[in-house]
Write a protein that binds this ligand. Structure first.
Ligand SMILES: Cc1cc2nc3c(=O)[nH]c(=O)nc-3n(C[C@H](O)[C@H](O)[C@H](O)COP(=O)(O)O)c2cc1C
Length: 421
């Protein structure tokens, strides 16, 4: 069955096509979250109750979503997030996704655990991309990765703070996930139903971890790689390491994986250029807050000190506009863009970005704005948005105040300070 790119109207359409085209093992890898997948589900469903205020009879011609991230202007404030093994969702996946992002005018982030190497992606693109760094026990190798990203002219380093270990995704264990695929009977059956994927894979030699094999000590083949990768997750990573990484890198640093306002405060003290409120797309600590629920406290703690961005759960431009209204000033998207990649390669990533753009832009118009920078919290129906802790406390005090007024007929000043109840 041929799928028509022009009929892709939303991210879910791209997801459905990707599901048909990508072998089950890799599609499940993209889809799944850790353990019970509660946080994965909350990431998307927590956007739904937030309602928008429609405004009419306002001139909304000549709209723009242009925005500056780390001093550079982009078509919209969205970057493609780092996704390990993206090159197994579609042959040459990292290069195709980086090209689509480049043409659309948004940043692309290459994962440490990519299939195409840093040098390969740099060679096949024409604008600087961002590089995501996994903390690793082998600090020498980590330093060499930073140097390679510098040599490749990467314009920002995304340090993943939430990789103290591997959040267990049950589907990956059941499917026996590996790159390249092992020729087991179930795997061969999966391949038999995905001829387009197979053909593309046969035409590339990018099928294993390009940043690691042949670069890390004693890792010359895939079997050595798996034991190496598991031993490399570094639970010793701490705040002092940021200063060392900053020294080695010498450029812009984005800290990804912040969910707690205290951590956000500390991050600003260490001088990172932006933080990403993120739970790794629900793949690490299951049971943590969804990103949109975590956002208000973080914005209230550090929104005036650093750029606060958000990822995890964005499936539409409306999600982005809602989070923008709540104070996020940049976004990353993992699955939305990668469904496009699995479905139609480079064209699919471009389509995903177009869909997100169109939805954000039109929603901005319906809420009465033409410049993203003028969009504020007032586009949301106030009682439907997640509140910060301070706002929640204030709202309880006000509620008590109202009850007191109803009961006794006059406001009681002391109640404003919560001293009576
Ligand atoms: C399949 C998959 C692989 C990922 N690999 C990485 C990675 O290698 N490094 C990293 O920092 N984050 C990784 N992430 C997290 C993403 O960068 C991003 O935080 C997440 O996808 C955002 O959630 P969303 O997919 O709902 O947009 C991965 C996410 C997925 C879904």
């Amino acid at each position: 069955m041929r799928h028509d790119l022009s009929k892709m109207t939303c991210i879910e359409d791209l997801r459905q096509v990707a599901k048909r085209k990508v072998p089950k093992m890799f599609f499940d890898y993209l889809e799944s979250g850790s353990w019970t997948q509660t946080t994965l589900r909350d990431n998307t469903s927590d956007f739904t109750p937030i309602k928008l205020r429609q405004k009419v009879m306002v001139n909304t011609e000549n709209r723009s979503l242009k925005h500056t991230l780390l001093g550079e202007e982009y078509t919209m404030p969205l970057a493609v997030a780092p996704i390990g093994l993206a090159g197994m969702l579609c042959a040459d996946g990292e290069i195709l996704a980086a090209r689509a992002a480049e043409k659309f005018g948004v940043p692309y982030t290459l994962s440490t655990l990519s299939i195409a190497s840093i040098e390969d992606v740099a060679h096949n693109t024409s604008k600087p991309f961002w590089f995501q760094l996994n903390p690793m026990r082998d600090r020498e190798f980590m330093a060499s990765l930073i140097q390679r990203a510098k040599n490749a002219n990467c314009s920002a380093l995304v340090l993943s703070a939430d990789l103290q270990g591997v959040g267990l995704c049950h589907a990956d264990i059941r499917n026996g996930l590996s790159a390249p695929m092992k020729p087991t009977v179930p795997n061969l059956l999966q391949l038999a139903t995905k001829p387009e994927w197979c053909l593309r894979m046969l035409n590339t030699d990018r099928r294993t971890f390009g940043n690691i094999i042949g670069h890390a000590k004693h890792v010359h083949d895939v079997s050595a790689l798996l034991s190496w990768a598991n031993a490399q997750f570094d639970p010793t990573l701490n705040w002092d390491d940021i200063a060392k990484i900053k020294d080695l890198w010498g450029g812009k640093i984005i800290l990804k994986g912040i969910l707690d306002p205290e951590d956000a405060e500390i991050a600003t003290k260490y001088g990172v250029d932006a933080i990403v409120v993120s739970n790794h797309g629900g793949r690490q600590l299951d049971g943590s807050l969804s990103s949109i629920q975590a956002l208000p406290d973080i914005v209230s703690a550090v929104g005036n000190k650093t750029e606060v961005w958000l990822d995890s759960g964005i499936r539409s431009g409306q999600d982005m506009l809602k989070a923008w209204a709540m104070g996020a000033r940049g976004f990353m998207t993992g699955r939305a863009a990668l469904y496009g990649l699995g479905a139609f390669g480079e064209d699919g990533v471009r389509r995903a970005l177009e869909i997100l753009y169109r939805e954000m832009d039109l929603t901005m118009a319906f809420t009465g704005h033409r410049q993203l920078q003028n969009v504020g919290r007032d586009i949301l129906i106030d009682h439907t948005r997640p509140l910060s802790s301070a706002e929640r406390r204030e709202s309880i005090v006000q509620q008590r105040h109202r009850i007191y007024e109803e009961l006794y007929g006059w406001p009681r000043a002391s109640l404003r300070f919560g001293t009576m109840w």
